[in-house]
Design a protein around this ligand. Structure first.
Ligand SMILES: [Zn+2]
Length: 688
């Protein structure tokens, strides 16, 4: 579903939203006999190492080569690694909670248990889903059939936001980038079925093949829904999407917070897209006309043109297909299987659909995530974890502050502003202080599609209602059961959901070095997002404001450009280079995050020497802790997609490139000029 993805467009996350499967046994600590105190546990999973590789040549494979060699990507996954293994664990735990709710007799209507149990039961009742076929969408399809004029088209685009379909652009409300205490309506380009505009426009054979499969998919979906001229309809839909792709901005352009900040009042956006009936749009959305920000004005101008020139009958076909494509997973197998075949198999290389209970959980995460999260943390998040995390975060913030003092490239005014911003960072750990109120969300035990529709409407209403009002600084953009983390520039906050606070990221029972290398670097990564090429353009109160001296800005850019080149020199899949500009913010996060975490680790030692554990020094374990977090395998289709769409570099480079820029890595492992990860000192990039 589109909406959450777009809301997340405002935040920098640790990893592309992951999916899930069965977990390996937890690494067991050495068992010791009676009174002798056990040796400290390192937190390293040595069984996954490859001792045939030298860390100086390839840290990633030294710490993960054994795991890579013995692990196969499960058939229902596009990629597999630490994030997904932890997600599997959290999903199993949440499943237990849900099944318990679903089996409770006499659940009070409207209670959390009723909502959770009935959503799950409706999802799992495949007999009913099969018997209904397309019937649950009949009313929505009839609504599309009634579209007769360009004004109706605009009204429906507004209305489609409430279904979570949101085509050809998405509307949502987030903090105003220049007035961060107020929610502002936001318009973001959308409208494509395939993952990126390149899938429509790139002349390479690979993409031409995707386009051919896409046309087939659209045709079959429409045919199954009873469309008579499905082949020509599919051609018209593909043509419309291609025109939208042409108007779309690239993902690199979309990273620019200044160019994507274009707040306008009604007369202004009426002038921008005069052929688009904005009053009808707001009528369909169910929101008062308001000032809003247009991320990509030229795209909206293009949509206005298309609403004027493309026949209304084509728009009807397009809307029908978009609705089917988004809701097929909740329909009978002939629709759900077809949707998986294209989106799962063709686009991501996945071999098999996930078990239905997992699909149910993913849908529930999207529509009632905090209801599940509340129960999850009560049972699975130990309060001690929060305490130890606060200690690590404290050391990281202190380390970043000290690091700013030592930056030879930064002048005193910019430094003072940077330190002020750092001191204003808000830290959120585990779960929100105040849970979302789902009382207005109606869930029925026999109405899967209705539950999803109402869930989307519930979320849309929440966003509409808050628009123009004060920002809720306590809001979380991720669920506690999600294995990820984020920095949000508009509130200058870093957030770590409960489910990532586990090994290999964080191990309550282990020595500090690996914890600082793992979760410490993650914390440093999120802090650094406040100071990456995009985040640095916001101040400590979350407002887009240039607080840099021209000279310091230029010096920052010089360093960032060097990092762009380093990553652009990395290749995957038959020599395809990484996009160093698309991944720049995340790469700065990784490099600076690790550098700061290392300083934080040194602070934690308070002058005492680190013990040697498992044959490694403290600083060696720090680097290995980071590397083992990134164990991950990708299917080719998935990796190809990520090269175009994922602002994060592939895991191997997240592990190796930052290390190769940090002097302490050279000292820890005695890296020599003949080693593969060696960079001459003058080529090492240090930003924060
Ligand atoms: Zn990030």
């Amino acid at each position: 579903m589109a909406r959450r993805v777009f809301v997340m467009a405002a935040a920098a996350v640790l990893a592309a939203c992951a999916s899930k499967e069965p977990q390996p046994p937890p690494a067991t600590a050495a068992v010791s006999a009676a009174p002798v105190p056990p040796p400290p546990k390192s937190g390293l999973d040595l069984t996954g190492f490859d001792r045939g590789v030298r860390p100086q040549d390839d840290l990633y494979r030294f710490a993960g080569g054994g795991w890579l060699a013995r692990t196969e990507i499960p058939a229902d996954r596009s990629n597999y690694g630490s994030f997904i293994i932890l997600d599997d664990q959290a999903k199993e735990e949440v499943r237990g909670l849900i099944v318990a709710a679903a089996q409770q007799p006499n659940r009070t209507p409207g209670s959390d248990a009723q909502k959770v149990g009935d959503y799950y039961n409706a999802y799992m009742d495949t007999t009913r889903v099969e018997s209904l076929g397309l019937a649950p969408l009949h009313a929505e399809l009839a609504r599309i059939d009634a579209i007769a004029t360009p004004r109706d088209v605009a009204r429906y685009i507004g209305y489609s936001q409430r279904l979570g379909v949101a085509q050809p652009f998405a509307w949502f409300s987030t903090a105003d980038k220049k007035d961060s205490g107020v929610y502002l309506g936001q318009v973001y380009q959308n409208g494509l079925t395939m993952p990126d505009r390149d899938y429509y426009l790139n002349p390479e054979d690979k993409y031409a093949a995707f386009r051919a499969k896409f046309a087939e998919y659209v045709e079959q979906m429409l045919a199954r829904a009873g469309e008579r001229n499905a082949k020509s309809a599919a051609a018209r839909i593909a043509a419309l999407e291609t025109r939208l792709a042409n108007y779309q901005w690239t993902k690199v352009q979309n990273r620019d917070p200044v160019k994507t900040y274009n707040p306008m009042t009604l007369p202004e956006y009426q002038k921008l897209a005069p052929n688009f009936d904005w009053l009808a749009f707001f009528d369909g959305l169910g929101a008062p006309v308001q000032k809003q920000n247009f991320y990509q004005p030229s795209f909206i101008k293009g949509v206005g043109q298309l609403v004027k020139t493309v026949p209304v009958s084509d728009w009807r076909l397009y809307f029908k297909f978009q609705l089917l494509d988004d809701y097929a997973p909740y329909l009978s197998a002939q629709f759900a299987d077809l949707e998986f075949d294209f989106h799962g198999r063709t686009l991501n290389g996945v071999k098999e659909q996930k078990p239905r209970w997992r699909l149910a959980l993913e849908s529930m995460d999207g529509n009632m995530g905090e209801l599940l999260g509340k129960q999850f943390v009560e049972k699975y998040f130990p309060p001690e974890a929060k305490q130890r995390m606060l200690g690590i975060v404290g050391n990281l913030l202190k380390a970043m502050d000290q690091s700013m003092d030592g930056l030879e490239w930064m002048g005193p005014e910019t430094r003072a502003e940077a330190k002020k911003k750092l001191s204003k960072i808000t830290v959120k750990i585990g779960y929100p202080d105040k849970w979302r109120d789902y009382s207005a969300f109606v869930v029925k035990g026999d109405d899967l599609v209705g539950n999803v529709l109402r869930g989307q409407e519930f979320e849309a209403r929440r966003q509409i209602a808050r628009s123009g009002g004060p920002v809720d600084k306590g809001e979380w953009l991720m669920n506690p059961q999600q294995v990820n983390a984020y920095y949000l520039s508009s509130s200058n906050e870093i957030t770590f959901p409960a489910a990532i606070l586990r090994p290999p990221f964080f191990d309550l029972g282990a020595d500090d070095a690996v914890n600082y290398g793992g979760i410490g670097s993650v914390i440093g990564h999120e802090i650094s997002h406040g100071f990456d090429d995009s985040g640095r353009q916001f101040d400590g109160d979350g407002n887009l404001r240039d607080w840099w001296s021209a000279e310091d800005g230029a010096k920052f850019k010089q360093r960032a450009d060097a990092l762009v080149k380093q990553y652009a020199a990395c290749t995957v899949l038959d020599n395809r280079p990484l996009n160093g500009e698309l991944t720049l913010g995340e790469n700065i996060g990784d490099l600076s995050g690790m550098a700061i975490a290392l300083k934080g680790y040194r602070l934690s030692l308070a002058g005492k020497p680190a013990p040697e554990i498992d044959g490694f020094t403290g600083e060696q374990r720090f680097f290995l802790g980071w590397a083992q977090v990134w164990r991950r395998k990708y299917r080719d289709e998935e990796l190809l997609k990520r090269l175009l769409t994922d602002p994060h570099s592939p895991s191997e480079f997240r592990s190796n490139v930052p290390a190769s820029n940090i002097d302490a890595f050279y000292e820890a492992f005695e890296v020599k000029p003949t080693d593969r990860l060696y960079r001459p000192p003058e080529q090492r990039v240090r930003i924060w």
